[in-house]
Design a protein around this ligand. Sequence first.
Ligand code: NAP
Length: 289
Amino acid sequence: MIDGHTRTCGLLGNPVEHTLSPVIHNYLAQQMGVNLVYVPFCVPQEHLQEAVQGAHALQLFGLNVTVPFKSKIIPFLKELDPLAEQIGAVNTLVPTKDGYKGYNTDMPGLYRAMTQDGVKIEGEQVIILGAGGVARAVAVLMVQKGASRVVILNRTLSKAQLIAEEVNGFQNQIKVEALELHQYEMLANQGKYLVIQATNIGMVPNENEAVIEEDSFYHMVHTGYDLIFNPACTRFLHKTQEHGGKAFNGMGMLLYQGIIAYELWTGTKVTNDLAAGAFHRMQQALGQR
Ligand code: NAP
């Protein structure tokens, strides 16, 4: 029921039409009796600054930020949470008196999803496929949570090297390594790996593709964690399972980045039952159930 007390939250991105965030937030608000609506805002690239200022003037209650604005939005914020600063990307804005404070809930969202899925990071050898915005956050998470080794494999080696250099600059216990995709062969016969798939290869409508096709790679994988959530089982996950590995998709990460944002905006705590309800709604929205 929308009335004079309804508060508005939303998503700044371009494009935004395929987002599942309204499904998560509107479900949580309804179930928890919070008078809030969540809507997508497709922002023209050249109007990001005005969009942020306008949103604050309209006293929007909270915002998410998606592609292509996660880094570009930082100069227009009044404050930055230290984790978002370290990752260099923001996906959640919380209003303060003079402007918005930026947070990154993608990384804690992924961690909460991995914990729920029973996937351990501490002591594990980790391969990250891809060196885009999300891969950088994943590399930070893996070193922070005590992986024993982190190797980034990417088509463009220089991008993987840049992330490795930046993350290594944080003085971690371990050094992040960077290789080209095909150089995974250098990692064979050194035990098995937790592999996080952070490229966009395999997403609908290209679900017949995997960023690495060779079976010899999948022999090295004990757990495959694909950040893609549509389709539910990507070719990467399918091949991981075929070779005896455990497989998880990115729906949990998407859910928990949303839940952590919702908790920041409302000061509430989302229960496991409500999280499961939101997860179910997301699957329905994608036609996965
Ligand atoms: P991005 O910055 O655009 O990075 C894309 C990555 O994919 C780059 O490493 C790129 O390699 C690689 N790539 C693209 N086309 C390729 C090809 N044909 N062959 C080999 N590699 C290719 O993307 P992002 O924002 O980091 O997102 C990465 C993935 O994470 C996406 O699939 C996205 O859906 C997913 N994601 C999931 C969630 C969630 O909540 N589950 C949240 C955010 C993102 P180059 O460097 O060589 O170009």
